[in-house]
Design a protein around this ligand. Structure first.
Ligand code: SF4
Length: 342
């Protein structure tokens, strides 16, 4: 009897158990293997050295991906699978997305993209699916938005698509974007033009340089390293690459002991930074919407549990003799409060 009770206790399902099993599944879906060729996604990375290390550093010698980052990648793949399922349910013919394709001449491999066809229409379209936050989703409405986006991971999507178009000799391509919050989708249509060719040629040139280094077993030089603290800090090859970061001549290097608290706080700060950027973007967007709603002179907007207040402050212009003179203007400050208890 006692043995049965112990067994039952051991087998009881707990939230922790389920969450751990879920994470294990997601981890298992992240492939980490030694690349024998240049993956399109890796060539699209801004750092050339990264592409060399991806082919020369064994997985067990890499820094582990942050768990949150790994989950994010797995989520992206799941969203792509979900769209494919939805399109099939909507009666479309959808091929690909599971197989690998290869261009041996440049030692490039990539995942087969989707080929979408609507029964009764003349031709199908090659497509790539990406899912993103509502703010990223709203910020992308054209190829130019992707190409010049402030986030490097978005610019990477553009490079990927350009390379796929050239390697597959297709002149038309869709990037299907999914808003992870609302489920809405939008399509950015690509047509192969001079700019797309240039982007793809740059990546093919990068593949050829990487191939040469791998062949002669030579590590990348400093000029091939991105050496950007923002990107390198997350890089799985940082400890192998040891990129030269710019420390000014007046830099003070602390000992490990005296730096530990500072390092912990800095780590937390960097964790919060993406949220801060998201906060700023949303803050700007909301305030502009409220100002537009109050363009008729209203001072408050009441909606749901919230009240937004617009305060107009007269800002005096600078005197004429200050060059250039600045005219006065009315500054509008918007504040939000929750009117009801949460
Ligand atoms: S650490 Fe920086 S420079 Fe080195 S491979 Fe990674 S991204 Fe490139």
């Amino acid at each position: 009897m006692a043995t049965t009770q112990v067994l039952e206790q051991e087998q009881e399902l707990t939230p922790e158990r389920l969450i751990e099993d879920y994470k294990t599944l997601k981890r298992a879906r992240q492939h980490s293997s030694m690349a024998s060729a240049n993956w399109v996604t890796v060539l699209a990375h801004e750092c050339e050295a990264y592409a060399v290390f991806n082919r020369t550093v064994p997985p067990n010698e890499r820094r582990p991906l942050k768990e949150s980052l790994g989950m994010l990648f797995a989520e992206g793949n799941d969203q792509a699978r979900a769209i494919k399922r939805d399109l099939l349910d909507a009666g479309y013919e959808v091929e690909g997305a599971e197989d690998q394709m290869a261009w041996p001449r440049y030692q490039i491999t990539g995942r087969q993209d989707l080929k979408i066809r609507r029964p009764g229409t003349k031709r199908g379209v090659n497509a790539e699916i990406k899912s993103c936050s509502p703010f990223t989703f709203d910020s992308i409405n054209s190829v130019a938005d992707l190409r010049h986006h402030k986030w490097s991971f978005v610019r990477k999507w553009d490079r990927q698509v350009c390379l796929y178009m050239v390697l597959q000799s297709v002149s038309r391509y869709w990037l299907i974007l999914k808003n992870k919050s609302t489920g809405a989708i939008k399509i950015i249509e690509y047509t192969l033009g001079d700019e797309e060719l240039q982007v793809a040629e740059a990546l093919i040139g990068k593949a050829e340089r990487v191939n040469r280094l791998v062949q002669i077993a030579q590590m990348p030089g400093a000029e091939q390293k991105l050496s950007d603290p923002d990107v390198c800090g997350e890089c799985e090859f940082l400890h192998v690459c040891l990129p030269e970061m710019e420390f000014g001549p007046g830099a003070k290097v602390l000992t490990e002991e005296s730096a530990s608290e500072l390092a912990q706080k800095t780590e937390r700060l960097l964790e919060l930074r993406p949220l801060a950027k998201e906060y700023e973007a949303l803050d700007d967007e909301l305030k502009e919407e409220v100002k537009a709603l109050c363009a008729d002179g209203s001072e408050q907007v009441v909606y749901g549990d919230y009240v937004a207040t617009v305060k107009r402050i007269q800002v005096n212009g600078s005197p004429e003799k200050v060059v250039p003179a600045k005219p006065g203007y009315v500054q509008q400050r918007v504040t939000f409060i929750r009117a009801a208890a949460p």
